[in-house]
Design a protein around this ligand. Structure first.
Ligand SMILES: [Zn+2]
Ligand SMILES: [Zn+2]
Length: 214
C-alpha cells in the first residue's frame, strides 16, 4: 500500500472541512463529506487528474451531506458509511454500501480504514490513512475541542471511549483533519490534542461527563 495524498478544502457557511484524497499512482480518489460547494471539491480532484470513485461519510448530519446527492450524481461514486447511516445516505445517493469497523477501503494503491467512533452520533466514523499518517475526524474531534455530545442520539460515555481508546490507540504523530475549522489551525496532531484539548485531559467517563455539564 502506498501513501495517499490529502487535500483539505473549507466549504460553506459553517466552516466545514471536506477532503479530497487521491492515489498518486492510479489517480483514483475519494471525497469525504461532500457538504457544500461540490463543484469545487470535484474540481480539485479533476485539476490533479484524479477521478472520484468513492465517497466516504463521517456521519449524516446535514452540514456534512448537504451536497451528497449532487456529488453522487456528478461522480457515480460508491458511498461508504456506518451501517446505521445507510438509510439516511440512501435518500440522496443510489449506491450506498455499509462499511465494517476496521475495514480498509481501497483507493487506487492506497487504503482508508474505517474506525467506528460513536458518541457525537451513533454512526460516526473516523477515516484513518495508515500509510499517510492522517485521520479524518468529522465531528468527533476538532482542533482543541470536540463535537457536541448533547444531541438526543449522543452518548458521552461512547464519546469518551472513542476519543481515548480508539483514537488514543493510533500513533501520536497522526495528523488530525477535523470536520470544521473551529481551531487555531486547520489541522493538528493527536500528540498536540492529548496535551491541549480539554476533552482529552480527563481520565474517565465520569470526569468527561462533568466537563460537559452532564
Ligand atoms: Zn455532526
Ligand atoms: Zn458538523
Amino acid at each position: 500500500m502506498i501513501p495517499l495524498e490529502v487535500i483539505q478544502i473549507e466549504v460553506g457557511l459553517l466552516q466545514n472541512f471536506c477532503e479530497v484524497i487521491g492515489c498518486p499512482q492510479t489517480g483514483e480518489a475519494a471525497l469525504i463529506d461532500p457538504a457544500f460547494e461540490v463543484d469545487r471539491l470535484v474540481g480539485a480532484a479533476k485539476k490533479r487528474g484524479w477521478t472520484v470513485t468513492t465517497i466516504l461519510l463521517t456521519h449524516t448530519h446535514d452540514d456534512h451531506i448537504a451536497g451528497l446527492d449532487e456529488a453522487a450524481e456528478l461522480t457515480g461514486a460508491v458511498v461508504r458509511c456506518h451501517p446505521v447511516e445507510v438509510d439516511t445516505a440512501g435518500q440522496q445517493a443510489p449506491n450506498v454500501v455499509p462499511v465494517d469497523d476496521g475495514e480498509d477501503v481501497l483507493v487506487g494503491q492506497g487504503r482508508i480504514r474505517a474506525l467506528y467512533t460513536p458518541g457525537h452520533m451513533p454512526g460516526c466514523v473516523c477515516w484513518y490513512l495508515p500509510e499517510t499518517g492522517a485521520l479524518i475526524t468529522g465531528d468527533v474531534l476538532f482542533v482543541g475541542s470536540i463535537g457536541g455530545v448533547k444531541f438526543p442520539q449522543s452518548d458521552p460515555d461512547a464519546m469518551f471511549h472513542s476519543l481515548h481508546r480508539v483514537l488514543g490507540a493510533l500513533p501520536e504523530e497522526t495528523r488530525v483533519y477535523p470536520g470544521h475549522d473551529y481551531g487555531k489551525t486547520p489541522t493538528s496532531t493527536l500528540a498536540w490534542e492529548f496535551v491541549h484539548n480539554p476533552a482529552l485531559q480527563v481520565d474517565d467517563a465520569a470526569a468527561f461527563r462533568k466537563l460537559h455539564g452532564l
